[in-house]
Ligand binder design. Structure first.
Ligand code: HEC
Ligand code: HEC
Length: 211
């Protein structure tokens, strides 16, 4: 395929994914916005299972910004029964976090954290998970590295218990339910291939192996 055709396809997918590119933030300016996050996500963003708070270190800044906006808009963390989402939604609404520039700065600061391995808590059949993951690769990348043009976040290296939680939320309609959540609405039907808890554990065990 000619290079420009490929670029058009990728551009088109980006528009369909509802994602628009933004300028990189100022990490120094974002530093003062992070202390309030440490109680749950840790001082260097490695997450805290006891607080149900995922790892942020290593995640792409565009995804951090987008999730903060979804929490702020009520497109995430407003579904009945989603206690953890509601906790996070509350934390997204500080006046100092209003506006895209503040979020870009905060995400740039989080981007300075050293990524590190977190303990594995999920076990499953990695070979079966590999087969299931074929469906996921188009949007999350063959190595789970994320595909910005498809709005698909990085999965490799994320806390495995969080991946399981989120897959269950998509299944139960606690994520990807809102009209403004274009990415989540694309993701939601994808969990149909994960028919039971075993399938969820298997695909997450495979994602663990991608690190
Ligand atoms: C009271 C604890 C708490 C605090 C404080 C908190 N969070 Fe969270 N955060 C959570 C929880 C719990 C989740 C998981 C929500 C879910 O299960 O859907 C979360 C999820 C997130 C996500 C989504 C990540 C993903 O991959 O889906 C981002 C981004 C995030 N938090 C950023 C922040 C930032 C930035 C701050 C500081 C401004 C912050 N959080 C403060 C508890 C907290
Ligand atoms: C059509 C594209 C597409 C496919 C295929 C897809 N996803 Fe996603 N996925 C997304 C998008 C977009 C998001 C981000 C949703 C948002 O912005 O809230 C996402 C989010 C997720 C999340 C939440 C991660 C986080 O940190 O918040 C998990 C876990 C996930 N996907 C796993 C999978 C798995 C496992 C498969 C294969 C069974 C899969 N996805 C297939 C597009 C896709």
């Amino acid at each position: 395929m000619a290079r420009w055709v490929l670029q058009l396809v990728v551009l088109g997918a980006g528009i369909l994914g509802g994602y628009s590119s933004a300028v990189a933030g100022d990490a120094e300016a974002g530093k003062s916005l992070y202390p309030v996050c440490t109680a749950c996500h840790g001082p260097t963003g490695l997450g805290n299972q006891a607080m149900n708070a995922p790892k942020l270190a290593g995640q792409e800044p565009w995804y951090i910004v987008k999730q903060m906006q979804l929490f702020q808009n009520g497109a995430r963390g407003t579904a009945p029964g989603d206690m953890h989402g509601m906790q996070m939604a509350m934390m997204s609404k500080g006046p100092q976090l209003a506006g895209e520039e503040a979020l870009q700065n905060l995400a740039a600061y989080i981007g300075t954290f050293q990524d590190a391995d977190v303990p594995e808590t999920v076990s499953g059949d990695v070979a079966a998970g590999k087969t299931l993951y074929t469906t996921c690769a188009a949007c999350h990348g063959p190595a789970g590295q994320g595909v910005e043009a498809m709005a698909g976040p990085k999965l490799a290296g994320q806390s495995d218990w969080y991946l399981v939680n989120q897959l269950n939320k998509f299944k139960q309609g606690q994520r990807g339910y809102h009209n403004m959540d274009h990415g989540g609405r694309q993701m939601r039907p994808m969990v149909a291939t994960l028919v039971d808890d075993k399938a969820i554990n298997d695909v997450v065990a495979y994602i663990n192996a991608l690190k």
